[in-house]
Write a protein that binds this ligand. Structure first.
Ligand SMILES: Cc1cc2nc3c(=O)[nH]c(=O)nc-3n(C[C@H](O)[C@H](O)[C@H](O)COP(=O)(O)OP(=O)(O)OC[C@H]3O[C@@H](n4cnc5c(N)ncnc54)[C@H](O)[C@@H]3O)c2cc1C
Ligand SMILES: NC(=O)c1ccc[n+]([C@@H]2O[C@H](COP(=O)([O-])OP(=O)(O)OC[C@H]3O[C@@H](n4cnc5c(N)ncnc54)[C@H](OP(=O)(O)O)[C@@H]3O)[C@@H](O)[C@H]2O)c1
Length: 247
């Protein structure tokens, strides 16, 4: 069992109904690698309900978590009900190997996500590591509706700050919106739109691909990437794909 630390909610940012970022002050939580997750817990009587959440903030800051309300879920309705000043518990130590340290070097880094799977990339992009180690970074974020596209302003700032080196590609599946691509991410890879917008090729020889979020997207992408000879990266058998499955 993890050792639990006391944490206070210092900010609750609501992006749209049910989609929110909790910022918590938890001074006793140990440092972590961007991309890792922490367990969050809320007590319900004498029962503690806990789930893993990617940290969306870099080490050293208050901890940020980007969360979606799963209506019939056990924990997220409780997290959604929290307000500034409320307290929760956070595990003392982060876990997981979905980090740039465990990812292979390459020319182009593809950070591909659906929904709240964007969270670990926000943590990574706020550190020097991706900017020092990859020539080009493409963030791909798939969501149902335009209102689900969180952290846009921050990523557009990166686009301005790193012209030609950073590209944000948002893709909507349940709404058509001028200036935003329509369709699921694997289909956009297959029809060439992803690479065209990114102005970068996605090949085994030049790319590292991180995948995070909906497990069906991970499976579909792994299959499509496999057709291009990209394979899962393992310490004993290097490849190009690193993934984090949310459920
Ligand atoms: C390593 C890891 C990191 C994670 N990081 C995040 C994160 O940063 N933000 C986040 O919102 N969730 C994250 N999750 C998912 C999270 O742990 C919970 O599963 C989720 O919040 C639902 O909890 P619940 O108790 O409300 O639902 P439960 O009662 O546990 O019901 C779980 C069901 O909800 C659905 N579900 C779970 N997560 C999601 C999701 N994000 N989007 C859509 N449907 C989902 C699935 O159908 C799943 O079977 C992560 C999971 C893992 C394994
Ligand atoms: N605003 C919100 O986001 C919000 C608010 C409150 C509650 N919720 C609830 O939270 C839960 C999760 O919703 P979510 O929208 O965050 O996550 P999601 O269901 O995982 O959808 C996120 C994106 O992933 C896409 N996707 C699904 N399967 C895919 C595949 N095989 N390949 C590529 N892309 C794929 C979806 O496309 P499709 O549209 O084609 O499925 C959608 O664009 C749901 O129960 C929802 O009702 C969401």
């Amino acid at each position: 069992m993890p050792k639990w630390c006391h944490a206070t909610i210092v900010e609750k940012k609501v992006w749209t109904d049910g989609l929110f970022t909790l910022t918590v002050n938890a001074p006793d939580v140990s440092s972590f690698e961007p991309g890792q997750f922490l367990q969050l817990a809320v007590s319900d009587g004498d029962q503690r309900i806990n789930r893993p959440y990617s940290v969306a903030s870099p080490p050293g800051d208050n901890l940020e978590f980007f969360i979606v309300l799963v209506e019939d879920g056990q924990l997220t309705p409780k997290l959604w009900g929290l307000s500034e000043g409320d307290t929760i518990e956070v595990a003392e130590r982060a876990a997981g190997s979905f980090t740039l340290k465990k990812s292979p070097a390459a020319e182009v880094l593809w950070l591909i996500s659906t929904g709240t799977g964007l969270a670990p990339y926000i943590a990574m992009l706020r550190t020097d590591e991706p900017w020092e180690n990859y020539e080009k970074i493409c963030v791909v974020h798939g969501a149902r509706h335009k209102t689900d596209l969180a952290y846009t302003a921050e990523m557009l700032d990166y686009q301005q700050q790193y012209p030609g080196r950073f590209k944000l590609i948002q893709a909507l599946t349940r709404e058509k919106c001028e200036g935003i691509v329509s369709g699921r991410i694997p289909a956009l890879l297959e029809n060439g739109q992803l690479e065209e917008i990114a102005e970068a090729e996605l090949l085994a020889g030049n790319s590292t691909v991180l995948l995070c979020g909906n497990p069906a997207m991970l499976d579909d992408m792994e299959e499509k990437l496999g057709q291009r000879d990209l394979k899962r990266h393992r310490s004993k058998a290097p490849g190009q794909i690193v993934l984090e499955r949310y459920w």
